[in-house]
Design a protein around this ligand. Structure first.
Ligand code: AMP
Length: 216
């Protein structure tokens, strides 16, 4: 199955993606995670992307499009993909149409996660992540067993450098300006399912499963 998961920072894309993976044998491809990996490894792409990311701005489309096209041709994408954080602009969406045509993997379902501002602020400022195994925690809603340490792999947890209220405002503006039109682009194709993601993860996932049932 070929799925896009969309929503502002803090909407729960990572958490929903983890749950989806348990039910469907497809890889979770997060362009944000891929870029952060490139920044950590100080690759050419990472060096170019870092300034944009630290400022909460979008990385240029051509860099992202090339990175995604390459990734989707890896063997683990044979049964499909769960793309998180891409396409984020209309230019990317249009480029992605051509990419999916070339590789024969059209988008089948777009999950649009909707959440209000206050919930986003709480989720983003309390979010802690494991840089090694990518597990996601929240200081109040989903604390690790030992404070500051990943339950899964024992690594010290980190707060993402863009997880501040100031950066959230910038990312939200980018989302409204650039990404909402992408959802409308797919809405016209009739593949979007709106999900109320302000409720618990369990409740949100129940809606996701229902939405994916349409194309399973
Ligand atoms: P995320 O983890 O999805 O919130 O992404 C973190 C940052 O990576 C964003 O604020 C952007 O700077 C960059 N990024 C991730 N995906 C994209 C994309 N599709 N297009 C442009 N920039 C992106």
């Amino acid at each position: 199955m070929n799925i896009l998961i969309m929503g502002p920072a803090g909407a729960g894309k990572g958490t929903m993606s983890d749950l989806i993976l348990k039910e469907y044998d497809i890889p979770h491809i997060s362009t944000g995670d891929m870029l952060r990996e490139n920044v950590r490894n100080e690759t050419e792409l990472g060096k170019e992307a870092k300034g944009y990311m630290d400022a909460g701005k979008l990385v240029p489309d051509d860099l992202i499009n090339a990175m995604v096209e390459k990734r989707l041709q890896e063997p683990d994408c044979k049964k499909g993909y769960l793309l998180d954080g891409f396409p984020r602009t209309l230019v990317q969406a249009e480029a992605f149409e051509k990419i999916t045509e070339r590789i024969g993997k059209p988008v089948e379902s777009v999950l649009a996660l909707n959440v209000g501002w206050d919930v986003l602020v709480d989720r983003i400022t309390g979010r802690r992540v494991c840089p090694k195994c990518k597990a996601i925690y929240h200081i109040k809603n989903k604390p690790s067993r030992v404070e500051g340490i990943c339950d899964v792999c024992g690594s010290p947890l980190q707060q993402r450098r863009d997880d501040t209220v100031e950066q959230l405002k910038v990312r939200m503006d980018e989302y409204d300006k650039s990404t909402k039109p992408v959802i409308d682009f797919y809405r016209e194709k009739g593949v979007v399912s709106d999900i109320d993601a302000s409720v618990s993860a369990e409740n949100t996932f129940a809606q996701v499963k229902k939405a994916l049932g349409k194309v399973a």
